[in-house]
Design a protein around this ligand. Sequence first.
Ligand SMILES: Cc1cc2nc3c(=O)[nH]c(=O)nc-3n(C[C@H](O)[C@H](O)[C@H](O)COP(=O)(O)OP(=O)(O)OC[C@H]3O[C@@H](n4cnc5c(N)ncnc54)[C@H](O)[C@@H]3O)c2cc1C
Length: 468
Amino acid sequence: MSEQEFDVVVIGAGPGGYVCAIRCAQLGLKTACIDKRAELGGTCLNIGCIPSKALLQSSELYEQAAAHLGPHGIGVKGVELDLATMMKRKDRVVETLTKGIAGLFRKNKITAFHGKAHVTGKQTVEVETENGAEVLKAKNIVIATGSDSVNLPGIEIDEQRIVSSTGALSLHAVPKHLVVVGAGFIGLEMGSVWRRLGSDVTVVEFLERITPTMDGDLAKELQKLLKEQGMTFRLGTKVSAVEQAASGLKVSVEPAKGGDAETIDCDVVLVAIGRRAHTAGLGLEDVGVVLDGRGMVEIDHRFGTNIDGIYAIGDCVRGPMLAHKAEDEGVAVAEIIAGQAGHVNYGVIPGVIYTAPEAAGIGKIEDELKTDGIAYNSGVFPFMANSRARTYDQTEGFVKVLADARTDRVLGVHIIGANAGELIAEVAVAMEFGASAEDIARTCHAHPTFSEAVKEAALAVGKRAIHF
Ligand SMILES: Cc1cc2nc3c(=O)[nH]c(=O)nc-3n(C[C@H](O)[C@H](O)[C@H](O)COP(=O)(O)OP(=O)(O)OC[C@H]3O[C@@H](n4cnc5c(N)ncnc54)[C@H](O)[C@@H]3O)c2cc1C
C-alpha cells in the first residue's frame, strides 16, 4: 500500500470536484482528485447535462427536418432516423469533453486517481485502485461525491425497460409509448427527446403542476406548449406499481388525493422523480462528519463540515442540484482553503430547462414575492412581438421581469422562449451588479435579437414597452 501527501484531496471529479481541483492547483496547492468512474466529469459530463443536451440537439434537428422546414420553402423527403448513429455522436461528444478534463488535469499537474474513495481519518483518504489500495494524506479534504437518482419504492430500475435518466440516454430503440414519472427538468427534457423521435409520451406527476421550482406562469406556458407538441400530462397522479408483462409494462396509477386506480400500458418507464446526495459508504460518519436526514453533508457558509479541514460542495450539499452551482462552489472552496475570500451568491443562480422552447429563471419567482409580502412591479414582453423571433418562426413564450416596487432593483427574471438559457446570462450579470429594471431598459441591445425582448420586458416594468 503506497502513501502520498497532498494539500488538497478532492473526492469526486464532477463539475464541483474537477473545477475545485483545477482552482486549487492554480492557487499553488498540491492537489489530487479521485473518482470511481474511469472517465472524469461526473454525472454532468457522463450521464447528465452533456449527453442529454447532445440528444436534445439531435432530436430537435430530426423533428425540424421531418416536419418544420416546409414553411421555409425547403422540401425534405425521406427523413430517416438512424438512432445508433445519433447515440454514437452523443458518446463522441461525451468522450471529447471527458478527455478534455483529463488534459486540463495534466496541464495543471493534478494527480487523478480512479477508484472508490473512503475517508479513513480526518486527514486520510484511502482509494481502491485497480493496482491496490492507495493511502492519501491530505491537509484538506473536499467531498464532491454528487448525487444519484431516486427510485420509486418497490419498482426496480433495470435500465432496459424501467429506466432512470441514465438508461433513457441510451435506449436501443424508440419506445412506442414512454411513461415518464416526474415532471421535473430531467423528465421533461428526456420526454422531449423521445417524443421528437416518435414516442407517445405520458408524463405522470404527483403534484398538480409541472416543474415546482419554476415561476408559475412559466410552468403553465411550458406545459401548454409541450401539450401542443403532443405530450400527455397526468397531473395530481401517483404511480403505485409497474408490472412487467410479456407484451410490455403495465403502470398502475391513481389520483394523488385517493381514488380509483387504473393501468397505463407502455413499453418503457422513465423514473425521474428527483436525485439524492451520494454520501453512503464514504466513511464520513466514521470520522464524525454530520449528515442531515437526507444524507446531505451539513456545511457552514465556508463549505466546512463540523470536522476541521473537511469541506463539501455540489449536489451532496444543500441548494439546487445544478452543475454551475457545483462549479462555483468548487472555485469558492478552493479559494477559502488557499486563504482567500471565496463566495457564491445563491440569489443569482440561473436554472434552465432545455426543452423547445427553453425555459429559464433567476432570482425570486412571483409566488415567492407574494408569499414574502415584497411589493414588486412586473413587466412582461411576448416573443411574438420580437422581430428576430418572427424571422425564426419561434414566437412562443415571453420574458417576465420582476423588480422591487420601491427601488426598481431586479429581483427575478423568468424567460420561456427560444434561447432562454442564453438570454438569462445577461440578467445574471445585471443582477450581480445590483441592476434596476431601468438599467437593463436603458442598455442598448442589438437589433434584431431575441435579447431585445429582455430589454422590452424591463421597459414594461415602467409601463413603457415600445413594441407591445
Ligand atoms: C440527465 C441529467 C441531466 C442534467 N442536466 C443538467 C443541466 O442541463 N444543467 C445543470 O446545471 N445540471 C444538470 N444536471 C445535474 C448535474 O449533472 C449535477 O448537478 C452535477 O453533475 C453535480 O455535480 P457534482 O460535482 O456535485 O457531482 P457529480 O457530477 O454527480 O459528480 C460526483 C462524482 O463523484 C464520484 N464519486 C461518488 N462517490 C465516490 C467515491 N466514494 N469515490 C470516488 N468517487 C466517487 C462519482 O462517480 C461522480 O463522478 C443533470 C443531471 C442529469 C442526471
